[in-house]
Design a protein around this ligand. Sequence first.
Ligand code: KG4
Ligand code: ZN
Length: 335
Amino acid sequence: MALLLAIESSCDETAVAIVRGAAGRATEVLASEISSQIALHREHGGVVPELASRHHSLRLRGLVEKALAAAGTALSDIDAFAATTGPGLASSLLIGSTAAKGMACAANRPFLGINHLEGHLLSPFLERTAVPPHVALIVSGGHTLLLDVEGPGRYRKLGGTRDDAAGEAFDKVGKMLGLAYPGGPEIERVARGGNPQAYNFPRSMLQDAHLDFSFSGLKTAVLYTLQRAEGRVVVSDLAASFQQAVIDILIGKTLRAAQQAGRNRIALSGGVSLNQALRGALQAACAKAGHECVTAAPDFCADNAAMIAFAGLLRHLAGERSSLGEDIHPNLPLV
Ligand code: KG4
Ligand code: ZN
């Protein structure tokens, strides 16, 4: 059995997790601590990088101690240390990766630099024994990605967004509607009482054979609707119609991807996968098509360190390690 401690600090959540696992065994999450910065950035309407990195550096030590206490272990029991090294905000990535390298150095244990997107990608399988072949849809604030997954570390990109990420579209439309940051959960809340058919927003590229996404036309359509109505809209109907358009695009492309890749298992991850309407619609579509649907547990959808620890554990068990000289990579691609 190996114990791994991981740090996630790529954007505006400071997180530390400890997992325990071995090849062929279900990974146990012994601790998953998060210090959210949402309240800090809300008054600015978005993430302020310098505030984010300062918060990371102030909170990290306390979170590591809290995680060790929750897991009932000491630093000297940890077999390997991991941290997100990209993609993300440079100044934020540096705090977590430098802290993890420091601990690895002090404890004379290996360090593993982890791709944030690999963390999201693997999160639906976090407490399972294996990562079986599947098509993965990652929907977060910065990324919208479709991948064919053969197994851990074996990924092929099928499609991605050509402009805004799905979460970014939620956040921008939330702003247009005067909702608090981040817009995603606010739109979902407001949309609950609305009619998703009230506005017929465009489903860009849905009929095209390729597997890329575009959300900027949808975002502009919402803006024009708001401008034409001079603000006299039923916000719940507009939010529900926008959310339905995003769901239709995501599900349509994901089913097409499964068909093209010849997979009958679909996994959903990333912050936007917290959206209950999206989860429900994907589960229904998979049931209809005869696909297995695997979603990340709600605790592991938005940014967290457990998913980074799981990705790190799989790499550690495979005998990998990163150099302490490895830099952070703000634009690190997954494939
Ligand atoms: O994965 P994540 O926490 O961070 C990134 O790696 O980007 O995703 C954050 C994104 C934000 O855009 C946020 O608005 C969106 O996830 N989000 C949601 C919901 N909860 C979070 N979008 C739609 N519905 C939600 N319930
Ligand atoms: Zn993320």
